[in-house]
Structures are given as structure tokens and as C-alpha cells.
Design a protein around this ligand. Structure first.
Ligand SMILES: Cc1cc2nc3c(=O)[nH]c(=O)nc-3n(C[C@H](O)[C@H](O)[C@H](O)COP(=O)(O)OP(=O)(O)OC[C@H]3O[C@@H](n4cnc5c(N)ncnc54)[C@H](O)[C@@H]3O)c2cc1C
Length: 552
């Protein structure tokens, strides 16, 4: 019988967040166990292996900032890193830091239960794992719980079905096959040009037309890379204090301050540069003013009309259902151009909805589309999905799912009242998913590690968000969003892609810099808003017996 929990902390997930969290806690002298559903590290980049998968953050910024030697060695070859490159990077990080030995792989945590008597959590993963830990930290990914709509007849389809979010590791032969692609969010936009190159034909089933920004992928000039590397740490320092985790200048002028010719010239220049330069580079009020937004939206629609040669297809591709930027803007390479290929066709599901999947293809209202392969690029149950799927039960057996039935309630996106010693990296109410995510992850991990160190130093066994603090933060997250056009869209930011999910704005869009300052102030003030204490029966409960058996 053990008087203490098996581990000080269990970290669930082995992507950027889980790797760094395990590393930090180990370095700080905590006994830590990582639990990962996949067979290896990488998270997003382990699962999303579809052709064309890549990051929209530029190579230079999409990495850890705390490994100065590796950042000098690591080759930066293309403007945007591809999935294989990022997976290789994360494997390299894990190996160098000796992290894999701290993880149990192939273990999907499916029960996380608080024991108030003992003051620890029991984490289970089917019959693979049952351990106790003082702290549980979810590093399960804001975009990792994949969403696959249930179409009638899907199980009867006689061809192959793939999801971009769990693409097979190995070749998927597509030549001479008729492919159907469902979904035109970021993953659909990336995979389409590759499918079109490889398959005999592709039929795209589009529910929502998107404002796709050109990526402008290119080889990086080695002289530029050398310059970056010479200044890397200074650039990283500045990056931490940006709103979005990328150090590009924010636009200072509103659309109203500019003439029509100046607006067009500015949009043209941002479009030419592509990626983040268009997303964050037009007007200061692009997502707060309807007038400014209409300028950007009109500009993109005009581009679609210029690029896509078939007028009917171009019209279907023009978005009218939401304001520009209020759904995550996909960044694509040759996305609109791909519709000019003779082997690509588009079905607008708003006019011609899917009725069922048949053994031979997809039947929409207008008829059957014969297919050999169906690719689902249907997104994620964002921010809350991967946490709720853990089946977390907190104090008094309260289920997290129930606690969040009306929408997630968190303190700083990191802690939940009623769920002591639970931390949620990039959880709802965190800015993570609207930033260059590794920068936000580092902030979260360092703040959590700081709090755990503080609690240890002061002899506190529990740390729990106070209800008032969580209510105040949760309201603040909504207030900040309400000052923008974001909540007007049926987006995954609003939970609108998941039937029955409460309609609240999920991420914090007040800026990573503002958020970081707030978190720093809270830490410096001794963590107001967080109750710390010692639960009644901290010592004495039989951890191993209760949990059944240990790791591995
Ligand atoms: C296609 C795609 C493109 C993206 N592009 C960008 C981009 O351009 N820029 C950017 O900043 N971000 C991008 N993101 C977001 C990306 O998720 C983050 O940048 C980053 O990888 C998140 O790391 P993470 O460790 O928080 O989560 P993840 O990488 O999602 O890792 C979470 C891990 O937790 C594991 N897990 C989940 N539930 C359980 C469970 N119950 N038990 C055990 N293990 C579990 C998962 O298997 C996964 O390995 C993209 C995401 C996707 C899906």
C-alpha cells in the first residue's frame, strides 16, 4: 500500500504540449507519467498525415523556443513546414530530451476521476493503464477530437473511406480512383489539390464556401535563414509578446481611413505575400467593422472570380454565409486553381444536400455520384471535445461534461472549479488555438509548472479555481469576442459544427500578450482566484489497490 499517489502528475497527450509539460515537470523534480493514445509522439502531426498536410505558421516560428542548440541545427527549408517535417522535429525533440521513456503509448485515457479523500486523481485507459496522480494535465489538443458526421448508409459503402484526421501511415493508392471529398475547411483545402493530382477524379462536397488565402509556399533563401538564426533568441523573445505568436506588424489603419484605391492596393500586396500577411495584414478593423470586413470579403470574392474559369463553379465557391475571418481562414496552395482541372467538380450542399451514402457513392438530392474513395475532412469537436472525451469526474462525482453543459467555464482556460489539480492546456478560454499554437503552449506549460512549484513550496496539496474567478474569466472571454464579428458565424470557434454543442465562443481572442500579462500578474500576486489547501485525508488511501494496476 502506498501512502502517496503513483505519480505527482499524469500528462495526457504527446504533442507539443504533452512533450513540453512532461519535460518541464521532470526537470522540476516531479514524478511524471505521460499517456498517449497514439503509438508515438507528434500529436496533430502524428495523426493528420493526409497528402498536402502542412502548417500555416511559418517554419521559423513553428517550433519550441527553449532549445537553442536544436534551433540552430534544424534545417529550415520551406516557408511552411510539412507534416513529415514537423513529425520529424517532434520525434527529434522527444529523443534528445529523453522523453519517450516517460510515456505509455497506445493508451487512450477514458476515465479521470478525483478522489477527494486521498487528494488525487485516478486515470484509466481501458485495460491498458490505471494510475493515481496528484495532478492531471490535459495536453489532449484543441483540434484533436475528430468529428465525423453520421451519414445514412456510410457503413454500406463498398469503397474505401478515410478521414484526414487519422490518415493511414503509408501510401493510399488513388490513381484511377474516383474520389469524393466531404468538407472544405483547412484540411479539405490542403488535401484537395493533392487528391486532384493523384486520383482519376475528385468530387468536392461543399457545405460552406470559404475565404481561402494563398499560402505562397516557397523554398527559403538560405541567407534569410542564416539571418534569422543569428537573431533567433531575440526574435523568440519578441514573439512571446505578440497577440498571435508571430512577430509581424499589426495593421494600424482602419479601412475607413483609406481611399478605395489605397484599400485595393493594400489588399493586393497582402494577397501577394500570402498566409499570415493577408490574415493579419489588411485593416486594423477587418474583424470588428462590417464595412472593413466587406472590403476584404469583396476582394477575396473578386479573386475567386478571376481565378476560377467556370462562372458557375466560381459562384458556388464565393462565400456569402459569414463575414471574412470569422471562421478559421484556410491557407491553401492552388486551392481555387484546382477547380479549373477537368477532373474536379463541385457540389454545393446548400443547394444539393447529401441524402445518403450508397454502396457505390454519395447520393445528393440531384442524384448519385459514383465513387471509389470517400475522404472526410470534417473537422474537430474543437477545444472541449478531447477533454470531455476523457470522462472526467471531479469533486463529488461531478462530470465535467455536466459542468460544461451550458458552455465551458474555466479560469484562464486552464482550470475548472470543482475539478481540483486539473489543468487544461489550450482549453476553452485559452488563446491557444487563435495563435501560433506552440507559443501559447509554452506559456501555459510554464505557468502550470510555476503553480505546481509554488504549491509544493508552500505545502499545498490542492489547487482549484474559485467559482467567482472562473465566472469572471468566462464572461470576459465572451465580452472580448462580442466586440468583434466572430460570434456572428456558425464556426467551430462557436461550437456550431457539432450538433447539440452549446453556442458560446470558445477561445480567448484578447491576444496572447494581454493574456500572458494577466497570467504573470496572477502568479506574482500568489495566485488570486485559485484556492489552495490540503484535502481531508491526504495520506493513507491505498493508491495502487484502488487503481487496480500500474502503468504499462
Ligand atoms: C491539420 C491541422 C493543421 C494545423 N495547423 C496549424 C498551424 O498552421 N499553426 C498552428 O499554430 N497550429 C496549427 N494546428 C493546431 C495544432 O494542433 C497545434 O499547433 C499543436 O500541434 C497542438 O499541440 P498539442 O500538443 O496541444 O495537441 P495535439 O498535437 O493535438 O496532441 C494531442 C495529443 O493528445 C492525444 N490524446 C487526446 N486524447 C487522448 C486520450 N484520451 N488519451 C490519450 N491521448 C490522448 C492525441 O492522440 C494527441 O497525440 C493545426 C492543427 C491541425 C489538425
Amino acid at each position: 500500500m502506498s501512502p502517496t499517489a503513483d505519480y505527482d502528475a499524469v500528462v495526457i497527450g504527446a504533442g507539443f504540449a504533452g512533450l513540453y509539460m512532461v519535460y518541464r515537470l521532470r526537470e522540476d523534480g516531479f514524478r511524471v507519467l505521460g499517456v498517449e493514445a497514439g503509438d508515438g509522439v507528434g500529436g496533430t502531426w502524428y495523426w493528420n498525415r493526409y497528402p498536402g498536410a502542412r502548417c500555416d505558421s511559418e517554419s521559423m516560428y513553428y517550433s519550441f523556443s527553449f532549445l537553442p542548440e536544436l534551433e540552430q541545427e534544424w534545417p529550415l527549408e520551406e516557408r511552411y513546414p510539412t507534416q513529415p517535417v514537423i513529425l520529424r522535429y517532434l520525434r527529434t525533440v522527444a529523443q534528445r530530451l529523453g522523453l519517450p521513456k516517460h510515456f505509455v503509448f497506445g493508451a487512450r485515457a477514458d476515465s479521470v476521476r478525483w478522489n477527494d479523500e486521498a487528494g488525487w486523481w485516478t486515470v484509466r485507459a481501458g485495460d491498458r493503464l490505471a494510475v493515481t496522480a496528484r495532478y492531471v494535465i490535459t495536453a489532449t489538443g484543441a483540434l484533436s477530437a475528430s468529428n465525423r458526421p453520421q451519414f445514412a448508409g456510410a457503413s454500406l459503402f463498398e469503397g474505401e473511406q478515410y478521414s484526414t484526421a487519422s490518415w493511414p501511415d503509408g501510401p493510399v493508392p488513388l490513381a484511377s480512383k474516383r474520389a469524393g471529398l466531404i468538407g472544405t475547411g483547412s484540411s479539405g483545402v490542403q488535401v484537395l489539390p493533392e487528391l486532384a493530382r493523384q486520383a482519376q477524379s475528385v468530387t468536392v462536397f461543399q457545405r460552406t464556401a470559404q475565404f481561402v488565402t494563398p499560402a505562397r509556399q516557397e523554398r527559403l533563401d538560405p541567407r534569410l535563414v542564416a539571418l534569422w538564426k543569428a537573431n533567433y533568441q531575440e526574435i523568440r523573445r519578441r514573439t512571446k509578446w505578440t497577440a498571435g505568436g508571430i512577430p509581424i506588424p499589426s495593421p494600424i489603419r482602419s479601412a475607413a481611413e483609406l481611399s478605395a484605391a489605397e484599400r485595393t492596393a493594400l489588399c493586393e500586396e497582402a494577397w501577394r505575400r500570402g498566409g499570415i500577411w493577408f490574415l493579419d495584414g489588411t485593416f486594423s478593423d477587418a474583424v470588428t467593422s462590417l464595412e472593413a470586413n466587406a472590403v476584404v470579403a469583396g476582394f477575396v470574392r473578386a479573386k475567386i472570380g478571376e481565378i476560377v474559369t467556370d462562372p458557375d463553379t466560381a459562384e458556388k465557391l464565393k462565400p456569402w454565409t459569414h463575414a471574412w475571418g470569422t471562421k478559421r481562414v484556410p491557407v491553401g496552395s492552388d486551392y481555387y486553381e484546382t477547380y479549373n482541372r477537368p477532373n474536379v467538380s463541385l457540389v454545393d450542399l446548400r443547394q444539393d444536400p447529401i441524402e445518403e451514402i450508397t454502396p457505390r457513392g454519395i447520393r445528393t438530392r440531384s442524384g448519385e455520384h459514383p465513387l471509389d474513395v470517400i475522404v472526410y475532412a470534417t473537422g474537430f469537436d474543437a477545444l472541449t471535445g478531447s477533454i470531455e472525451r476523457l470522462n472526467v469526474e471531479g469533486r463529488d462525482g461531478e462530470r465535467l461534461e455536466d459542468a460544461w453543459a451550458g458552455g465551458p467555464r474555466t479560469y484562464l482556460g486552464l482550470m475548472v472549479p470543482g475539478f481540483p489539480n486539473l489543468f487544461t492546456i489550450t482549453g476553452p478560454g485559452s488563446p491557444g488555438v487563435v495563435t501560433n499554437v506552440p507559443v501559447a503552449i509554452e506559456q501555459h506549460v510554464e505557468w502550470i509548472a510555476g503553480l505546481l512549484g509554488y504549491a509544493r513550496e508552500h505545502g499545498h496539496k490542492t489547487a482549484e479555481a474559485e467559482p467567482g474567478a472562473a465566472d469572471e474569466w468566462t464572461a470576459h472571454v465572451q465580452d472580448v469576442a462580442s466586440a468583434t464579428l466572430y460570434p456572428t458565424a456558425d464556426s467551430w470557434y462557436m461550437g456550431a459544427n457539432i450538433p447539440g454543442k452549446p453556442r458560446v465562443f470558445l477561445p480567448y481572442i484578447g491576444g496572447l500578450d494581454v493574456y500572458r500579462r494577466r497570467c504573470d500578474e496572477i502568479a506574482a500576486a500568489g495566485y488570486p482566484g485559485i484556492g489552495m489547501g490540503t484535502p481531508a485525508g491526504t495520506l493513507g488511501a491505498p493508491a495502487a489497490a484502488e487503481a487496480g494496476h500500474g502503468a504499462g
